[in-house]
Design a protein around this ligand. Structure first.
Ligand code: HEC
Length: 160
């Protein structure tokens, strides 16, 4: 019965389409799918570990002193101290996530919450970098942030 519904000629056409046109799009599609899967894992871990305070959309909670991650994370990564701070801040550093998971999550957060502020030459965070920074905890989080905010302001980059 099914042979009548899908005649052999149609099957051959589909096969030809797959081998030719669709076949060419294959590797790129696979790369996109892998990237989407990585982003999905990062987002999932963000929701589980961070969104309770930072909100699913990264907007934070002013009343609770939770800074927004929207439209300004990219400014932080434009200077080395700011780039380090995003890893060393207790919310990130003290999370139960592994170093590689934090690297992936920060790379995703930068794109998801602050794509418009990213510096042109942005090196993604790596697992080794997160390991190194996590092993050097901040002694005074507020003072470190204040110094970074001042440095950014001198470059005309405003952070809330
Ligand atoms: C219990 C609430 C809470 C949780 C959970 C939390 N954070 Fe935070 N986060 C804060 C607060 C409060 C600050 C402000 C700095 C401080 O006091 O530590 C902050 C600051 C930050 C900053 C610096 C932003 C800035 O503008 O200074 C980043 C980046 C960040 N958190 C990322 C994360 C990530 C990633 C997670 C999840 C792995 C997370 N946080 C989980 C409360 C939280």
């Amino acid at each position: 019965m099914s042979r009548q519904l899908v005649p052999g000629g149609v099957c051959r056409l589909i096969l030809v389409a797959m081998v030719t046109g669709l076949g060419l799009a294959g590797p790129a599609q696979a790369a996109d799918a892998a990237e989407a899967a990585e982003a999905g894992k990062a987002r999932y871990q963000y929701i589980l570990n961070c969104a309770g305070c930072h909100q699913a959309d990264g907007s934070g909670a002013k009343s609770g002193g939770v800074p927004t991650l929207r439209g300004q994370l990219g400014h932080f990564v434009s200077i080395p101290e700011g780039r380090a701070f995003l890893v060393q801040v207790p919310g990130t550093s003290n999370s139960p996530l592994k170093d590689g998971e934090i690297a992936r999550m920060l790379n995703w957060m930068l794109q998801a919450f602050s794509a418009e502020t990213l510096p042109a030459a942005l090196e993604p965070y790596t697992e080794a970098e997160v390991t190194r920074l996590r092993n050097a905890p901040l002694t005074d989080v507020s003072a470190t942030r204040r110094a970074i905010v001042t440095q950014l302001a001198e470059r005309g980059l405003r952070v809330e």
